[in-house]
Design a protein around this ligand. Structure first.
Ligand SMILES: Cc1cc2nc3c(=O)[nH]c(=O)nc-3n(C[C@H](O)[C@H](O)[C@H](O)COP(=O)(O)OP(=O)(O)OC[C@H]3O[C@@H](n4cnc5c(N)ncnc54)[C@H](O)[C@@H]3O)c2cc1C
Length: 511
């Protein structure tokens, strides 16, 4: 058996070349140039999960850290811009709301905006919350621009994310990583060798006999968790009782105009359907609970609700919501689907890959892996995914739909952390953000109100404004955002112009 790796530096071996594998490889290639050799093993024969096309704004930090040019990135991945997610029919059929990125309104005095809005809304003096979020106003108008504000501007920034083709994204990052020294080995991992003394993983052995030895292994092998579960038997914490959707059917269809700058999630009888607009096609999928609908019926529902001709047969994906008991076990760090999965409702999986990579870099061992580092990594990973889990559950639990699937969600016993948050909001309109949790007050308030949760009270200081002042304050906010959005170009036009050049044209930015 041949050993292709020189042993002069420490070896990091990535098992798997999906989005997780190539994001990890690209980041390590960028930041671990000294002292590490990076190898990635992937199998074309096995392939990747091939979905994962909507992101949240943090992806831009990842791209920036890698020095990726945005126009090139959008061209190479057939990407579009994303300002938020529209939830259609989630509270009740016929209702819709947006979870838009960025701020909602603006704070006044000591209070966040939503307390004033709650008071005005209760008195019938306010429009829907989305009228007071710039991203929602721009998204509904189908507009987009790179918004640069003067330091003293009272208008908020307009954070954005991307939609992109998952296959093209992984290919793009592969070129990036290989161009910076990552060694790619094609082959099926058939056997894993462990060190007889420590029990750590020592090497991957491929079907053709090639042996890939390493000091640290990153398991990016997808749902199967080849190393973290298949070899180390780490265990899986199943969250199916909170998130019962366990299947998805995915199908691309022809692009339909207008090219909206947001993802749409439409509630269906036994789950929900996603719609992700790309430059060359639209990504669609039905995420459903197999206990409530069969695969054939789900496929019919999906195909009946496309707004373009399907480009393939629907593809079935099976999954379980939950997480690995330890994302880092021995000398194996699981990143991506190998570490756990939450359905793509809030587009958080790629973000979890990104934060896993950031943490791996934070805790990069300077010698043997230390228990305390590993424990810290796992503690932070657990906190992050548990809080995102709570946010995703929120969309299901507060609903007024009749279907058996939705009725069952209303009755679930909530995780304690979410139950506390809902109690607090119901009683006083307060929302707290703990530690480094991903979603902030504007995200929670938009989904809570969108799902129809109405608190009994708001902060007493919101009563200090006279009715006239309150009206004036709210209309100043919404008028400013409406004017701001009206000055932005249409999403499709701006995207084509932007992709035709290699950097942001300053005349298209609005100040
Ligand atoms: C229905 C659905 C929709 C989703 N939508 C979104 C979304 O909108 N936004 C978002 O952020 N995320 C989304 N995700 C999650 C996203 O798809 C994944 O996080 C992302 O694709 C990462 O997958 P991965 O790289 O971990 O696994 P995979 O893509 O499965 O890659 C696994 C890799 O391991 C390799 N491999 C496995 N076994 C072996 C072996 N024995 N030998 C050699 N190689 C092997 C495979 O060849 C492959 O290269 C979605 C997921 C699902 C299921």
């Amino acid at each position: 058996m041949a050993d292709p790796m020189p042993r002069s530096s420490r070896n990091m071996v990535i098992a798997g070349g999906g989005t997780a594998g190539w994001m990890t490889a690209a980041a390590l290639a960028r930041f671990c140039r000294q002292g590490w050799t990076i190898t990635l093993v992937e199998s074309d024969e096995i392939g990747t999960v091939g979905v994962g096309e909507a992101t949240i704004p943090m992806i831009r930090l990842f791209n920036q850290a890698l020095g990726i040019d945005e126009a090139e990135f959008l061209r190479e991945t057939q990407g579009t811009w994303k300002l938020g997610i529209e939830f259609d029919g989630w509270g009740a059929p016929g209702e819709r709301y947006m979870h838009a990125f960025g701020q909602v309104g603006r704070g006044l005095g000591l209070l966040p905006f939503h307390h004033y809005w709650l008071r005005a809304h209760a008195a019938g003096r306010a429009g829907p919350l989305g009228d007071y979020a710039l991203n929602a106003v721009a998204a509904r108008a189908g507009r987009f621009a790179h918004v640069e504000r003067a330091a003293d501007s009272v208008l908020p920034p307009m954070p954005y994310a991307f939609h992109f083709d998952a296959g093209l994204y992984a290919a793009y990052l592969r070129r990036y990583a290989q161009g910076r020294g990552v060694v790619r080995i094609e082959g099926r991992i058939e056997h894993v060798e462990r060190d007889g003394e420590s029990g750590d993983v020592a090497a991957l052995v491929l079907a053709d006999g090639v042996r890939v030895a390493g000091d640290l292994f990153v398991d990016c092998s997808g749902f199967r968790g080849l190393l973290i579960e298949g070899v180390l038997e780490t265990g899986f914490e199943d969250w199916g009782h909170w998130l019962p959707c366990d299947r998805a059917l995915a199908v691309p269809c022809d692009r339909a105009d207008p090219l909206i700058p947001y993802t749409r999630a439409t509630a269906r009888a036994a789950g929900w359907q996603w719609r992700i607009p790309l430059r060359h096609r639209t990504g669609n999928g039905y995420v459903f609970s197999s206990a409530h609908i069969g695969e054939d019926e789900a496929a019919s529902v999906l195909l009946a609700n496309l707004d373009g001709a399907p480009q393939a047969e629907p593809r079935l994906l099976k999954f379980r919501a939950g997480k690995r008991r330890k994302a880092w076990n021995r000398n194996v760090v699981a990143i991506g689907l190998a570490s756990g999965f939450l359905e793509p409702l809030e587009s958080t999986s790629i973000h979890l890959i990104q934060s896993g990579i950031t943490r791996l870099l934070d805790f990069l061992p300077n010698g043997p892996v230390m228990d305390v580092d590993r424990d810290a990594y796992n503690r932070l990973t657990d906190f992050e995914i548990e809080r995102i889990r709570d946010f995703v559950i929120l969309h299901y639990v507060a609903n007024r739909r009749d279907d058996p699937f939705w009725a069952a969600q209303r009755g679930m016993v909530l995780p304690e952390s979410l139950a506390f948050r809902l109690d607090l909001f119901r009683a006083s309109g307060r929302i707290i953000r703990e530690g480094d949790e991903l979603f902030d007050v504007p995200g929670w308030i938009q989904v809570m109100m969108g799902q129809g949760l109405v608190p009994e009270r708001w902060h007493p200081l919101a009563d200090a404004l006279s009715d006239d002042h309150l009206d004036q304050f709210l209309s100043t906010v919404t008028d400013a955002f409406t004017r701001d959005a009206a000055r932005m170009p249409g999403h499709a036009d701006y995207l084509e112009r932007f992709c035709a050049v290699s950097s942001i044209p300053s005349q298209s930015s609005i100040a």
